[in-house]
Design a protein around this ligand. Structure first.
Ligand code: CUA
Length: 322
């Protein structure tokens, strides 16, 4: 049952409750199924035995048989009702527990669904300590995380099965949930509500790490990328700013301030490109820039034509954004 995207491998209290409920349903249904099969088998064997010799009406009068049958059916119906009632109570109480408000010491993040990527905003009462990233959530192990959710366009659903239950992201209907990881690990999440052409390529990862590693990551994300230090990186930045990229993407410390596509200020620190569609390597990055419609047809990133030198400079620049 192990897996980076499995609700049967829960890594925190929220997913643990759902997994517990799943196993309760599984075992109850398995036992009921086995009992029904045994009863069916017994009935078949008995009716075989009876075949050939007629029932003696004196030994087994029809009235008596009917009464016995009514008792059996009535008993089975009552047991079924009790089992269903028990499962209903377990289901409702799990739902209530999962929907409980987040604990007060929770870390606050906001997840915004876009066609087809995830905007992740880390909130802090001090605005200069807030930052935005995309498709990769880092959380400290053992601390609850309050997740505010909303959608920028259509209905999406935020779901990281190892950590929590689904939460629909509905336009104009901000909502909230919380999750917690009790062990370090990398967990995969997937949009769980059909949202258009690239719904299947709308994934994200959650990196649960020890608090010190998380603080280190957060400090790095808060940094404004230093100005390009070499002629190659300077050329790369010029190429980026001359292309249509800044209309949609932000790179902190530059005039690029678009908000409709992932923030690229720390692009090179992320593990994937295009919301989990491609690994974040130089080759994939080049392919994604030159021909994004092949990797993810229908996505909103336009292809750009680039001379080889310009492409190499741009790649070097983007890879410097750690
Ligand atoms: Cu977003 Cu499916």
């Amino acid at each position: 049952m192990n897996g980076i995207q499995s609700m049967l491998d829960s890594a925190g209290p929220q997913a643990g409750r759902i997994e517990g409920l799943w196993w309760l349903f599984f075992w109850v249904c398995a036992v009921v199924f086995a009992l029904v099969m045994i009863a069916l088998g017994m009935a078949v064997v008995r009716s075989r035995r009876r075949e050939g010799h007629r029932l003696d009406p004196l030994l087994d009068p029809p009235r008596e048989r009917e009464r016995r049958m009514a008792r059996t059916v009535g008993g089975a119906a009552a047991v079924s009702l009790l089992i269903l009632l028990g499962l209903l109570v377990a289901s409702v109480s799990t739902g209530r527990a999962v929907l409980s408000p987040s604990p007060p010491d929770a870390l606050g993040i906001e997840v915004v669904g876009h066609q087809w990527w995830w905007e992740i905003r880390y909130e802090d009462p001090v605005p200069s300590r807030s930052f935005t990233t995309a498709n990769e959530i880092h959380i400290p192990v053992g601390r609850p995380v309050r997740v505010k959710t909303r959608s920028a366009d259509v209905i999406h659903s935020f779901w990281v099965p190892n950590l929590h239950g689904k939460r629909d992201l509905i336009p104009d209907f901000p909502s909230e949930t919380w999750l917690q990881a009790d062990r370090p690990g990398v967990f995969r999440g997937q949009c769980a509500e059909f949202c258009g052409h690239q719904h299947a390529n709308m994934s994200l990862i959650v990196v649960a790490e020890p608090p010190e590693a998380f603080e280190k990551w957060r400090a790095a994300q808060l940094q404004t990328p230093p100005p390009p230090a070499t002629p190659l990186l300077r050329r790369g930045q010029e190429v980026f700013l001359a292309l249509p990229c800044p209309t949609c993407h932000t790179i902190a410390g530059t005039p690029a301030g678009g908000r409709t596509a992932p923030d690229l200020s720390h692009l090179a620190s992320r593990r994937t490109l295009a919301a989990g569609t491609l690994p974040n390597t130089r080759g994939h990055l080049a392919g994604w820039i030159l021909d994004p419609q092949t990797a993810k047809p229908g996505n909103k990133m336009p292809a750009v034509a680039l001379e080889s030198d310009d492409l190499q400079a741009l790649l070097a620049y983007l890879e410097s954004l750690r």
